[in-house]
Design a protein around this ligand. Structure first.
Ligand code: HEM
Length: 509
């Protein structure tokens, strides 16, 4: 008798909870169904490759087969709606006129991939929006003036020579296959640490020694792993997982490090020692620049803002240049005639390379064309996305409603046969002044364009020129046919299992 009373007592709340959960699930299902119907209606006007009702077009991007996208670009030369599963679709564009319209607006960035990096960077230029983004951009732009960049050339050259000394120990005058990406990633990290906050971490010699470097490399690995593992996309699941815990610890370490550096520098700033320090270094680093911006703008640029910007520049400034330099070596290894021509040009300008200055970089016209052609063929950032805040109409009259996520595929644009003749061929002469004049200004966008273009592009170009000049003076590069390259294509286009090249030490000039 008593037990049935108890049963009755508990059965009712259980029943109500069950009905409540069922109602919630139904509501969610209805919402998803309506979302799918809305997307189908909004994108109906645009032809698309056949799609699976559940996977959508995800198979195109699986296994990082970038070439599959090229087939679609050939068939649908302006754009196509790309379904990521049954309830999410991005509108992919790769036509210069479409790109121009898209980039002239200020729609917010899509959070699909950025949400993975916000916890470690905070809110910096990359992911800020509206007036706060505008204010930061205005304050930080002077930090990339060429008078500042000029002084970085010597710093970059020193880091490149450290890498080349390591390569000399690894290789003789015989061809030796070396995985270069890891070396180049450390070079890029070393350079940006010196230019951003004058820290000599010695990471190229001992990458496991410096806690900050170790944590930064660890964070990069976990983010990549998270992007690839869809079950970690859910914040709560990731936070509760052992990887999520480890991630939090690494982030704390990085934040403590940057915080201490900022506070130390602020103290010396206040004590008036800064001028002496800067004079000793012979260059103003990024931290000097943001602290001066704060001194001039008081309240509007907080310590948290400074920390986010320092972290943002560290992140945005090292993997992108590391990938671009690796792909540049790869392209020159595969095209020895262009490699020889660059080496000849560089020898003519630099002699034995014992000194390299900003003015030398301006003289490297053929080498610059090879860098530009590499950034066309393999853009380090293959795509950028925005969520439309208001309807968008393209020049041909096609339009999209607010709320749709538009992805500009820089890879698709740079390999679009309607824009580029023989797009798969490495041909630096595409970037001769005459050929550039004839091209649509939005046909080539490795650094994007418009108000949110890459603030670090001149820095990146300087780093690429210094590095390739010093590398080619000391080494001959050939492709390693036993180790074909693969792309790893989330956020930054990197070599998937490293990049193996044959290096041969050249006799001293
Ligand atoms: C070859 C190397 C690089 C490439 C290909 C590259 C490419 C890009 C692209 C395509 C964007 C636009 C992203 C978007 O709209 O979502 C961007 C933005 C940005 N880049 Fe770079 N980048 C490179 C190097 C650098 C370096 C060296 C730095 C800093 C030192 C840097 C800092 C930034 C920042 C802060 C933004 C955000 C700008 C804003 O929204 O106002 N980049 N970059």
């Amino acid at each position: 008798m008593e037990s049935s009373w108890l049963e009755m007592r508990w059965a009712r709340p259980f029943y109500l909870a069950f009905v409540f959960c069922l109602a919630l699930a139904l509501l969610q299902a209805v919402k998803l169904y309506l979302r799918r119907q809305r997307l189908l209606r909004d994108l109906r006007a645009f032809p698309a490759p056949p799609t699976h009702w559940f996977h959508g077009h995800q198979k195109i991007f699986q296994d990082d087969k970038m070439e599959k996208l090229e087939e679609i670009v050939e068939k649908y030369p302006r754009a196509f709606p790309c379904w990521i599963g049954p309830f999410e679709a991005f509108f992919f564009i790769y036509d210069p006129d479409y790109a121009k319209t898209f980039l002239s607006r200020t729609d917010p960035k899509s959070q699909y991939l950025y949400k993975f990096i916000v916890p470690c960077l905070g809110k910096g230029l990359l992911n800020l929006e509206g007036p706060k983004w505008f204010q930061h951009r205005r304050l930080l732009t002077p930090g990339f003036h060429f008078n500042i960049l000029k002084t970085y050339v010597e710093v970059i050259a020193h880091s490149v020579n450290t890498m080349l000394d390591k390569w000399e120990k690894l290789c003789s005058t015989q061809n030796t296959s070396v995985e270069v990406y890891e070396h180049i990633a450390l070079l890029a990290l070393d350079t940006i640490m010196k230019c951003a906050f004058s820290q000599d971490s010695n990471c190229q010699i001992n990458s496991t020694h410096d806690r900050y470097v170790k944590a930064t490399l660890g964070i990069g690995r976990i983010i990549r792993n998270r992007v690839y593992s869809f079950w970690y996309h859910h914040d709560m699941i990731f936070k509760l997982s052992p990887k999520g815990h480890h991630f939090q610890k690494l982030i704390q370490e990085v934040h403590q490090y940057t915080e201490k550096m900022i506070q130390d520098r602020k103290k010396s700033f206040k004590a008036g020692e800064q001028q002496n320090n800067t004079q000793k270094r012979k260059y103003k680093d990024f931290l000097d620049i943001v602290l001066s911006a704060q001194a001039e703008n008081g309240e509007s640029f907080s310590d948290t803002d400074i920390r986010s910007e320092v972290n943002t520049f560290m992140a945005a400034g090292h993997e992108t240049t590391a990938s671009s330099l690796s792909w540049l070596l790869y392209c020159l290894a595969r095209n020895p005639e262009h490699q020889d021509r660059c080496r000849e040009e560089i020898k003519g300008i630099l002699g034995d390379g014992s000194s390299i200055t900003w003015d030398h970089l301006g003289e490297m016209s053929y080498t610059t064309m090879c860098i530009k052609e590499t950034l066309r063929l393999i853009p380090a950032i293959p795509s950028i996305s925005r969520k439309l805040s208001k309807p968008l109409t393209f020049p041909d009259g096609c339009s999209l409603p607010a709320g749709i996520t538009v992805t500009l595929s820089i890879w698709g644009l740079h390999r679009n046969p309607a824009v580029w003749k023989n797009p798969k061929v490495f041909d630096p002469l595409r970037f001769s002044p005459e050929n550039c004049d004839q091209r649509h200004p939005h046909a080539y966008l490795p650094f994007s364009a418009g108000p949110r273009n890459c603030i670090g592009q001149q820095f990146a170009m300087a780093e690429l020129k210094v590095a390739i000049a010093l590398i080619l003076l000391r080494f001959k590069l050939t492709a390693d046919p036993t180790r074909p390259h693969l792309f790893s294509s989330h956020i930054i286009l990197k070599p998937k299992n490293g990049l193996y090249l044959n290096l041969k030490k050249l006799p001293e000039c």
